[in-house]
Write a protein that binds this ligand. Structure first.
Ligand SMILES: Cc1cc2nc3c(=O)[nH]c(=O)nc-3n(C[C@H](O)[C@H](O)[C@H](O)COP(=O)(O)O)c2cc1C
Length: 187
């Protein structure tokens, strides 16, 4: 079993003031001593094309190497039009290809999300969980971290001002570390 659990985190938002990137930063502050989180920014990915998958762009090569080096994945997703944003789905698609070279295979994953709506990315998260089935990521079921009305809980500087939201992020990170260790023991 690895001494430290190394998590790779990324957000499905490229927005500078993103609430989801704020969740990731909070997760980094709350990570237990026996774990670490590295964040990958999803900018610079071209739209996926099967014509390019055998010689992918450098950003994809780097992303897949980071995924493979990580013990677990942590995703913070916004909700766009009742689903996950295209940048997130595009990155998942790139790293799953070409067929037989799926970097996600068997990776534990924790999922959280923040939106300004009342359902706090629930619909996006269930679409994301559906994609996890095919790429064989192994999602943590609970806690579900669905931050609704994010503009009232995260300030313009990206600080989570709502104590309950901070607690849920901490709970998720700790549960993901435990989930990863549990899967490593049974591997
Ligand atoms: C294209 C688009 C679609 C959106 N659709 C939804 C939606 O379905 N549900 C929701 O709660 N918020 C929706 N929103 C609002 C997002 O919750 C809000 O923009 C949020 O700040 C995005 O996350 P971020 O702060 O991490 O960028 C949408 C925003 C955009 C730009």
């Amino acid at each position: 079993m690895a001494d430290r659990v190394r998590m790779l985190g990324f957000a499905g938002s490229l927005r500078k003031g993103s609430y989801n990137r704020a969740l990731l930063r909070a997760a980094m502050e709350m990570v237990p001593e026996d774990a670490e989180i590295e964040v990958f920014e999803l900018d610079g990915f071209p739209g996926f094309s099967e014509d390019l998958e055998d010689e992918p762009p450098q950003v994809v090569v780097d992303f897949k190497a980071k995924i493979r080096a990580a013990d677990a994945i942590l995703i913070a997703t916004p909700e766009y039009n009742y689903s996950m944003p295209g940048v997130l789905k595009n990155a998942i698609d790139w790293a799953s290809r070409p067929y037989g070279d799926n970097a996600w295979d068997g990776k534990p994953v924790g999922i959280m999300g923040a939106s300004i709506g009342m359902l706090g990315t629930g619909r996006a998260q269930y679409h994301l969980r559906q994609s996890c089935v095919f790429v064989n990521m192994i999602p943590l079921n609970r806690p579900e971290v669905m931050v609704s009305f994010a503009d009232e809980k995260i300030d313009t500087g990206g600080t989570i001002t709502d104590e309950h939201t901070r607690d849920k992020v901490r709970e998720l990170v700790e549960a993901l570390v435990a989930w990863t260790r549990r899967l490593q023991t049974t591997a």
